[in-house]
Design a protein around this ligand. Sequence first.
Ligand SMILES: C[S@@+](CC[C@H](N)C(=O)[O-])C[C@H]1O[C@@H](n2cnc3c(N)ncnc32)[C@H](O)[C@@H]1O
Length: 257
Amino acid sequence: MNSSTPGIEPELHARRAASFGAKAAAYATHRPDYPEKALAWGLAGARETPERVLDLAAGTGKVSEGLLALGVTVTAVEPDAQMLEELTKAFPAVTPLIGTAERIPLPDASVDAVVAGQAFHWFHLDRAYPEIARVLKPGGTVAALWNHDDESAGWLAELNTLIKASASRRWLSDYESLPEHEAFEPFEKKTFGHKQPRTAETLVATLATHSHMLVADEEEREAKLRAAREFLDGNPETASGEFDLPLTTTVFRARRR
Ligand SMILES: C[S@@+](CC[C@H](N)C(=O)[O-])C[C@H]1O[C@@H](n2cnc3c(N)ncnc32)[C@H](O)[C@@H]1O
């Protein structure tokens, strides 16, 4: 369980995990949020209704934003100062802390829920699980969310094949369940339909914020993004104006024993 992204060697894993800050503002503008229902289902894994929630690997605050809308008190932990700066600008109600999943700067049993968006695959779960268990109250819940492309839309499957990078993009969410840990009951999984309004230009901007693009050399990145734009411009569903990028949000939740 040392490297949580299957098929990625440790050096590249570390480089990709740390790649987001360089494009923090673009990330905030162009990455999708999470459906309220998906976040609510994650929180509902707790024995009692959560009040204090940790957004772990908070990035620019996509999860924090949804949690605030659900009326809970949010603390954000994120290792990248540039990402956290975007979060602080946009969501002053959130308490921002520099930290990692393997070393969470919070006291024992201090939160009712821990939520991580698009991030569990970056964690070293052998160290992150005990830390998450430590900061959670007994009966609290951990929830891991991922947005991914709904490739039942043929054009999106085609686009993704076209821009497949040398660095792979496999997610833990492709699996039936997350690895188990003695501190938690088994994970439950649920998926939610989601979408993000995009244009050809802004979808290319979204693609440019993915870690496999951020770590690619400039020539490869430019070539992939150009190919994506040409494809979108030539595809009737995306050639002009706004369209919906179809997404699926996968949520795993497990209760702290
Ligand atoms: C794809 S972004 C997700 C950000 C945000 N949760 C969201 O849903 O938009 C992944 C985030 O995980 C952070 N990260 C990478 N490794 C981490 C670790 N070991 N512990 C905590 N956060 C980590 C990165 O800095 C980055 O902000």
